[in-house]
Design a protein around this ligand. Structure first.
Ligand SMILES: [Zn+2]
Length: 710
């Protein structure tokens, strides 16, 4: 859309009117306009920005974390200019740049979605911290430094080397995705618009004058005004404390003897400045492409958002030779990835009933292209989550989709509401069977349909689960087959499954073909597969029962301790709880399950139909992982999540779901999130899939050797 100069002028007028009002409120505690007038100006600015997202600048009053202040800071002229980089958006444009610069060693690094800053150190002591601003002149945000933990105020001395008298360090302040989510929740809780991206959140956080906020609290003219300003001060301080920093360059550097960009990074690191472990120096155009491709695939596994990769000629003399254009260095380029956050409309919120009766709201959004695929649905977890995120049906929202992760709603654009939006109300009755929904325990956030036995949604869910690859692996028993079996009254519940005959199946249109109603191929496959399933290992049968908290890994532990289902059925809660990795909660859930007559009836029917309910004595193979706890996160090529857990437990190891200091190994595949970061934080050994295979085959020592740690 074309932005008219009229729109631009109006934007500028709104920004200045809003900033004047804020200054009056903050610095003089004397509002010049009413709250309603202020809100109208603010809403108009938001509407303008929604219509023309290109108009949104990081310093827009809509992009402020504290909610109110975004006052001006003193100007700071950078000792040397902070250049911006030219961007390329695809391989062809990148190749054109690579051809222009010729052969070099290239330093590749991630382009963090944050705010560029310049930290000026004199003899190792931080003198000024400034935003990039125009590149020549930024804002001096040094007065906020005491609230920030990410920027060292003193550099660590290197033995035998004096600090340069003047050193400019360039970097990016940013929020981790976890902190970004937290900030957005806090911002929307105060009735404000969520930040569209971590960069705006970082800018909104850094660009608030904490000194003015402190004065505003002290000079507040009423107790309630003081309280409100104190709250805002606290919120702003907390947000500043959460900012992280990654440094990625130097400007002026008196008396430093360095020859390469990567050399500068080594020095910065030794001085105690946070550099990225993901920086890589490569020597070919192909390796540059590989780096870009790798992080294009794995960007959603990082603890922070990136919007691309920066490539720099590593050698400083070669950089000098290439020089600068009027606006950017010729020796560096930013490769931009497609965005992962978009704005769209929340059309409706429906609810889904799961296998265990859990009722989850699901957002339907106006179809929107993000991260390479069209998104129409996003998850909302539970009713509590809907109100926590503050979204209403009809809202404009920010939506994030990264890789294979389920799309997620960040928050609403509150100011673009026109009054037609409505609150989502969690239904009181099950949409499928009409039962009254209730939390299982008083403080549960999830609502459940209590009708486990005949609720169609739950029955369907259990059948699908039972047929899934991780459980009994019955080809032909998917969502559609499950629906047909139930809706055409072929079976009453899963108890009837293994005694199904071709005659039974011929009652359902889904399983017959033609006018003669001959049995279809799908029916044959299903019957064949059901027969095969009857002699599968006991743990698969136990998982097929849909006992709460008993997934495949737990079922394996149980089947090892109770290789006969009758033994499990007659065991006491304490006996079950004493099994390694089980505990009282799971044991109680098992006891509860078997106490239900219709559950026992399923077992009896299966037994009668020939389902094997015990394991033959098996040689469990070498116990290479005895006493070893392993956490697997992300996706692996050759193992499903359950398969990986099985591989660990069958070798005597423990497959855990969260990383702690007691974790021996963390296996990280694509899609890994916070667990990988946690492993790094705790210094636990991290294995890739190849390393995991070494661990399984040859045990922990070989795996450490694989990592070069032993
Ligand atoms: Zn129901």
């Amino acid at each position: 859309m074309v932005i008219s100069s009229k729109d631009r002028a109006r934007r500028d007028a709104l920004v200045s009117a809003i900033e004047d009002a804020r200054t009056a409120y903050y610095q003089h505690d004397e509002p010049t306009i009413s709250d309603a007038e202020y809100d109208m100006l603010f809403k108009e600015l938001v509407d303008l920005e929604v219509a023309h997202p290109e108009l949104v600048t990081a310093d827009s009053p809509t992009q402020s974390v504290g909610g109110e202040a975004s006052e001006t800071f003193g100007e700071f002229t950078h000792p040397t200019k902070m250049w911006s980089l030219d961007n390329v958006f695809d391989d062809a444009e990148l190749d054109a740049w690579l051809a222009r610069v010729g052969n070099h060693n290239f330093l590749c690094e991630l382009k963090i979605d944050g705010l560029a800053i310049n930290a000026v150190y004199r003899n190792g002591v931080l003198e000024t911290l400034a935003t990039r601003g125009s590149g020549a002149v930024g804002e001096n945000v040094m007065s906020n430094i005491e609230y920030m933990t990410c920027v060292p105020q003193k550099l660590t001395a290197i033995k035998g080397q004096a600090f340069p008298e003047l050193l400019e360090v360039r970097g990016e302040v940013y929020f981790s995705l976890a902190d970004f989510d937290q900030i957005n929740l806090e911002v929307t809780a105060t009735g404000r618009t969520a930040f569209a991206n971590p960069r705006n959140a970082a800018a909104g956080t850094l660009r608030q004058r904490m000194d003015n906020r402190v004065v505003a609290v002290a000079e507040a003219k009423s107790a309630s005004s003081r309280e409100k300003k104190q709250e805002e001060l606290d919120r702003a301080a907390k947000a500043l404390g959460r900012l992280g920093l990654i440094v990625h360059g130097i400007g002026a550097h008196d008396g430093l003897d360095i020859t390469a960009q990567s050399h500068a990074y080594d020095l910065l690191k030794k001085w105690g400045l946070p550099t990225s472990d993901r920086v890589k120096v490569v020597d070919s155009a192909k390796a540059v492409h590989d780096y870009i491709e790798y992080f294009g695939l794995h960007r959603h596994e990082l603890e922070h958002d990136i919007d691309g990769v920066v490539i720099k000629v590593d050698d400083l003399a070669e950089q000098d030779e290439l020089g600068f254009t009027a606006r950017a260095p010729r020796w560096a380029i930013a490769f931009k990835y497609p965005p992962t956050v978009v704005r769209t409309k929340l059309v409706d919120i429906g609810v889904q009933v799961g296998r265990t009766g859990r009722v989850t709201p699901r957002a339907q959004v106006e179809p929107v292209l993000v991260a390479g695929s069209t998104v129409t649905f996003a998850t909302l977890h539970n009713g509590f989550e809907v109100s926590r995120k503050g979204v209403r049906i009809g809202d404009m929202i920010f939506l994030r989709k990264a890789g294979d992760v389920i799309p997620e709603i960040l928050g609403p654009v509150v100011e673009s509401r026109d009054g037609s939006e409505r609150e989502f109300v969690m239904p009181t009755n099950c949409p499928e069977c009409g039962s009254v929904l209730a939390p299982e325990k008083e403080d549960d956030k999830d609502l459940r349909c209590p009708n486990a036995r005949t609720c169609p949604a739950q029955l369907r869910g259990r059948l699908e689960h039972l047929g899934s690859r991780a459980v009994l692996d019955i080809e032909g028993l998917g969502e559609k087959a499950a629906r047909a079996l139930l809706e055409d009254n072929v079976i009453e519940d899963e108890g009837d499954l293994f005694s199904l005959t071709s005659e039974d199946l011929s009652k359902s249109d889904f399983f017959v073909k033609g006018a003669k109603r001959e049995l279809g191929k799908n029916a044959e496959v299903l019957l064949e597969q059901l027969e095969l399933a009857k002699s599968k290992p006991l743990w698969r049968v136990i998982s097929a029962l849909s006992i709460r908290h008993v997934g495949p890994p737990t079922a394996q532990a149980i089947a090892r301790a109770f290789p006969n289902l009758t033994d499990l059925q007659t065991a006491s809660q304490d006996e079950i709880a004493s099994v390694e990795g089980i505990g009282q909660v799971i044991a109680a859930s098992i006891i509860e399950w078997f106490a239900e007559p219709w559950h026992r009836n399923i077992v009896t029917k299966w037994q009668r139909a020939g389902v094997r309910m015990q394991d033959e004595a098996v040689d469990s193979g070498p116990q290479t992982l005895s006493g070893i706890t392993v956490v697997v996160t992300g996706t692996l090529d050759d193992f499903s999540r359950e398969g990986a857990a099985e591989a660990i437990t069958s070798r005597g190891g423990k497959s855990a779901s969260s990383v702690s200091k007691n974790t021996d190994f963390v296996v990280v595949g694509p899609g890994a999130g916070s667990k990988a970061a946690k492993a790094e934080e705790l210094g636990r050994p991290i294995l890739d899939e190849a390393g995991f295979k070494v661990l399984l085959e040859d045990g922990p020592e070989a795996a450490l050797k694989h990592l070069g740690l032993a």
